[in-house]
Design a protein around this ligand. Structure first.
Ligand code: NAP
Length: 324
């Protein structure tokens, strides 16, 4: 089958280890099913894997990808859930210390077929486009849990999203606006900031710019470059929800004094549960949200999509279509 896979890793030149070519079809495994992929989407996670972060070199070659939608062996249209719990784990799978994401231990979704545990799919809402469904498994699920499970903010509250253009960031803006939050965003790039206004941001600021008011929560995926601004942006008692650190995980200042003096909460957030993915799919279907898609490419041209993400050029999700 055709698959985008990692054959080697390089921190400085991630594309050097990417191959878009043939891999063996998945072998049947008891309790697991093969999903015929119709569309799959790219996440920064796939770039981290090529840089050697989170994917041990002894597991290569590895098919990349966490996001996909496709058809299960019974002909049902499904969305793949990327969080694979360890054998026998009960309860919230994101809290399983031995859980992995597809493409970390088991081959991922950027392929014509993907093998997943039979429980790792949710129904694709009727009428939802494959390209939309393919966006939901990772960035959108992460955004859903950050906002609705971990931020503690009620509709009407104000939420700041650091970085406007990314997959998680655009998902946060679209979901938050649809749920009645006042969404603010920052961006390094004026044009991306302007686009954020068109997808639900109420106001947009340059990275690091002083805000006119303190916010109830900050959604942080940028990390070192925006950490101090996130701490300063919050009202006393506010919450930073952090799910990523694209610019580095060691900020120049940890801001510990401000964190305790303002009684801030710092909440880590990773992916989401299968139940949350099901609710997210229904919410997107019912509210008619159309995830912002940066570009749609055939899987055979996956390298171009990876290059856009490595260059930091994306606005929304990069989606790959599979088959005819
Ligand atoms: N924990 C989890 O479960 C989970 C799930 C999904 C993603 N993540 C992590 O979250 C991060 C974002 O993922 P993604 O897929 O959304 O990536 P992406 O599409 O590449 O987005 C990158 C984002 O970071 C911003 N950014 C990057 N460098 C910056 C800098 N130096 N200063 C300011 N802003 C910067 C960009 O905003 P502008 O260009 O508009 O400024 C953009 O919003 C990644 O680190 C990823 O690993 C974690």
């Amino acid at each position: 089958m055709l698959a985008a896979h990692a054959v080697s890793q390089s921190a400085s030149d991630p594309l050097s280890g990417l191959v878009v070519g043939e891999r063996p079809d998945p072998q049947p495994r008891p309790g697991w099913i093969v999903v015929d992929v119709k569309a799959a989407a790219l996440n920064h996670h796939d770039v981290w894997s090529l840089r050697g972060v989170g994917l041990p070199a002894d597991r290569l070659p590895m098919v990349l990808g966490c996001d996909a939608a496709g058809v299960d062996p019974d002909g049902n249209e499904v969305i793949v859930h990327a969080v694979v719990p360890s054998e026998g784990w009960q309860g919230d799978e994101t809290l399983d210390p031995r859980r992995t994401l597809l493409s970390e231990l088991h081959d991922g979704t950027l392929a014509e077929k993907v093998l997943v545990p039979a429980g790792n799919v949710v129904p694709k809402p009727e009428g939802m486009a494959w390209e939309t469904a393919a966006c939901l498994s990772t960035a959108w699920l992460t955004a859903y849990r950050m906002l609705f499970t971990n931020s503690g903010v009620q509709p009407g509250g104000t939420v700041l999203v650091q970085g406007a253009g990314g997959g998680v960031a655009t998902a946060l803006l679209q979901l938050g606006a649809a749920a009645g939050y006042r969404m603010w965003a920052t961006s390094r790039d004026e044009a991306r900031g302007q686009r954020a206004l068109g997808i639900g941001a109420d106001r947009v600021f340059a990275s690091g710019e002083r805000l006119p008011d303190r916010v109830d929560a900050v959604m942080e995926t940028v990390g070192a470059a925006t950490w101090s601004h996130s701490v300063n942006a919050l009202r006393p008692g506010g919450t930073i929800v952090i799910s990523g650190a694209t610019s580095g995980d060691a900020p120049a200042k940890a801001e510990l004094t401000k964190i305790f003096f303002k009684q801030l909460r710092v909440v880590g957030s990773t992916m989401g549960t299968r139940e949350e993915l099901g609710r997210l799919a229904r919410f997107v279907g019912q509210s008619g949200i159309e995830p912002v898609v940066d570009s749609v490419l055939p899987l055979a041209q996956a390298r171009d999509g990876f290059a856009r993400m490595v260059d930091g050029d994306v606005f929304g999700k990069v989606v790959f279509t599979v088959g005819g």
